[in-house]
Design a protein. Structure first.
Length: 707
């Protein structure tokens, strides 16, 4: 029997429970991944359940890989056959086996975001649409929303009526769907929708997959949307077992379709289900947890639970209210420098914010303090230009689709311009074939372009023959050499991009190791689902990211900046009313519980150009129990807001009666100690040490005081 002696009582109950339907409400830092992996190991080792009867659905490939490794370590077996994947990867697996029932080929192409944008750009041209009126992202959102709501193209056109704007969007939707069928492609929405549609249309296929997996586990269940939930319920049916793990207090993706009511209604949807609450936190100190508990209690739509911990600490949550953004950034930078001087690694520190634009001032503050940092949530591995180019080259071997063709036909440069591409596209449409197939007869091109295109086609055709007996991981090496892509990067001294391509080759080798009988086609189908790749950072950095990006992460010291009403909670959520504010409060709860040892909250006063009004301290600070928080420089009643008659921009001025003299020493909250060198009316010119120099500051500004 697996060793569960080190688990707490609730965790033991969660691992050993044998009810058909089980909901684990797992608070932040309560060891949910440990429980879920030990539960699967218990089924295999103690109950003798065949591993291939077990399915576990996660929301990231990183989480899936982590779960696989943990189960292998528990069972001391590297060949466990339980199927652990993201829900999209599961759908690819299902569709690869049975999509022919829907009159679609097994080697369909999975479109990523760039592929989708490329099709929308085609629609701009074909339908003569002004791209300034309809952004690519808005049109893709429109299409996705219609698909998820099961609104067909015909229904969308009918609903558009005589409204020209809606009619244009519906026409783009029609163009987009037709183009997908021409390419034998599916986007991420389709992977789920087609699987659900196929299961409903062909009960025998559904029964096959229901018999394949008897024990179904879903991680991060609070993030499930309605289509995903429908797929899960179809697979469970009435006979299979369902084990879900999640936390309603951490539902922060409703903008992506997640619905907190799905996990809240679990006991109504699955009669005689069992709920087990994991509320012992192994991450944070008591003050952090009690503060987070006092915040989230203000939400009504939740499963009642109070996190507790045995980790005590005298350090309270520290709140600092600054007189402006720059001063807020300076305080954070100075506090980080203080921690680092005490021996704290930069890697153990994170700065979180509600929106990306809030990083501007904090970046400046860190740069001035010479503190290294990295922004997470930037360009992901598989979204980098050179990676997408390489994958498109490989797609030319497998499918030769138009999107891949257009991406790489002129990379490296071959002198093929937009007019030539338009000519190829028009010719392809006349013959109802792909652009690549049209290139095989280059008579319609100029002599120069015909020669170039012929060389390109010959290269692709040669690869198609060679790859039949070639290891998947060696294919890319051949492509980079023959195409001249590697030579192009070397000529430009693009060392980083070359290293990225080497990592892609390594990724392909790992894929071959895990799936030795797989093909290039299967690798390309799965690679767009990878979503993220853990990057190795050798140096020390403070981590900057949005709170959404921080979900699932933890740091010893966490700073949450920009804590003003209208920013956090956001203005839009406040306008939405109770539900909007409750989601923002869940987001604050997630942010607070990322901290292990100490949590810092900052806000600033002054006028906000984003809000078009003065900032006011966030309610999410006010809602923290005063026993768990310490306030520094909290805005007082004598801080008044006045208006500048010239600019009509409000500014905060602290009423004080200080008088200053030339040569007097003063201290500034951001620049440190300085000497007054000149006084002009209400303006002080103060000399500060390098690198700040002489600054002009209003005499009654709250950031300065006499030494």
């Amino acid at each position: 029997m697996i060793d569960i002696s080190f688990l707490n009582e609730n965790q033991k109950e969660a691992v050993l429970a044998n009810d058909q339907f089980i909901r684990i409400v797992a608070g932040a830092g309560s060891g949910k991944t440990r429980v879920l992996t030990m539960r699967i190991a218990h089924l295999i080792q103690d109950l003798n359940i065949y591993p291939n009867k077990i399915l576990a659905i996660t929301f990231t490939n990183k989480a899936a890989n982590e779960m696989k490794k943990r189960i292998q370590n528990i069972l001391h077996d590297e060949n466990t056959a339980c199927f652990i994947s993201t829900i999209h990867s599961l759908c690819v697996r299902i569709l690869r086996e049975d999509i022919t029932s829907m009159n679609y080929p097994r080697n369909f192409t999975v479109l990523d975001a760039d592929d989708q944008k490329s099709i929308i750009k085609e629609a701009y041209r074909e339908l003569n649409i002004d791209k300034n009126k309809f952004s690519t992202s808005s049109l893709l959102d429109y299409i996705s929303n219609n698909k998820s709501a099961y609104i067909s193209v015909d229904r969308a056109l009918e609903m558009a009526g005589a409204y020209s704007g809606e009619k244009t969007k519906a026409e783009v939707y029609k163009f987009y769907e037709n183009r997908l069928h021409q390419l034998y492609a599916l986007d991420f929405d389709d992977l789920l929708l087609w699987t659900v549609k196929m299961f409903k249309k062909f009960p025998e296929i559904l029964n096959k997959w229901m018999n394949r997996f008897h024990y179904i586990h879903v991680d991060e269940f609070q993030d499930v949307d309605h289509v995903q939930y429908e797929l899960i319920r179809l697979l469970v049916g009435t006979v299979n077992y369902l084990y879900v793990v999640g936390d309603p207090d951490q539902t922060i993706y409703t903008w992506r379709g997640a619905d907190v009511n799905i996990i809240m209604s679990f006991d109504r949807d699955f009669k005689n289900s069992r709920t087990i609450i994991l509320n012992q936190n192994y991450r944070s100190t008591k003050n952090i947890l009690d503060g987070a508990n006092s915040l989230i209690k203000n939400n009504r739509n939740r499963v009642k639970k109070d996190l507790y911990t045995s980790q005590d600490s005298h350090e309270k949550i520290l709140h600092y209210s600054a007189p402006g953004e720059e001063y807020e950034a300076s305080w954070v930078a100075n506090r980080i420098a203080f921690l680092h001087n005490k021996g704290i690694s930069y890697r153990d520190i994170a700065i979180l914010y509600r929106n990306n634009y809030l990083s501007r001032s904090i970046e400046k503050g860190l740069l001035e303090a010479r503190i290294p940092y990295i922004i997470f949530g930037g360009i992901k591995f598989y979204e980098r230009q050179e990676i997408k180019d390489a994958l498109s080259y490989m797609r030319m071997i497998v499918s030769g689709d138009d999107l891949a063709f257009k991406r790489i036909i002129n990379v490296p440069k071959r002198g093929i311009g937009n007019k030539t591409l338009d000519l190829i596209l028009d010719n392809a449409k006349k013959q109802n074939i792909s652009m690549y197939e049209a290139c095989k007869n280059e008579d319609f091109l100029s002599a120069k372009n015909a020669k170039t295109i012929k060389e390109f086609v010959n290269m692709i055709e040669k690869w198609k023959v060679q790859v039949k007996d070639m290891d998947v991981s060696k294919i890319l090496d051949m492509i980079l050499e023959d195409s001249g892509y590697r030579k192009m990067l070397e000529a430009d001294n693009e060392t980083d991009r070359i290293e990225n391509l080497k990592e892609l080759i390594n990724d392909m080798q790992s894929f071959m190791y895990e799936y030795p009988e797989s093909t290039l086609d299967e690798y390309l189908q799965l690679v767009t689902l990878y979503g993220e790749k853990e990057e190795k950072i050798d140096d020390q950095y403070v981590s900057l990211m949005t709170i959404h990006a921080a979900k699932g992460l933890e740091y010893d010291y966490v700073f949450v900046i920009g804590m003003s009403d209208g920013i956090f909670p956001s203005e839009r959520s406040m306008q939405e009313g109770k539900d909007g504010v409750e989601e923002e409060r869940r987001l604050a709860y997630v942010a607070y519980t990322r901290a292990r040892k100490q949590l810092f909250l900052t806000d600033c006063s002054g006028f906000s150009y984003v809000l078009s009004k003065p900032r006011v301290m966030s309610r999410f600070i006010e809602e923290i129990d005063e026993n768990n928080i310490e306030h520094l420089n909290k805005t007082k009643k004598q801080d008044i807001v006045v208006s500048d008659n010239v600019t009509n921009i409000p500014k905060v001025i602290k009423v004080n009666k200080e008088t200053y003299k030339k040569g007097e020493k003063v201290n500034h909250a951001m620049f440190g100690d300085g000497i007054i060198v000149k006084i002009s009316g209400n303006i002080l010119e103060i000399a500060f040490p390098y690198p700040h120099g002489v600054k002009k500051i209003v005499a009654n500004h709250p950031s300065i005081k006499k030494c």
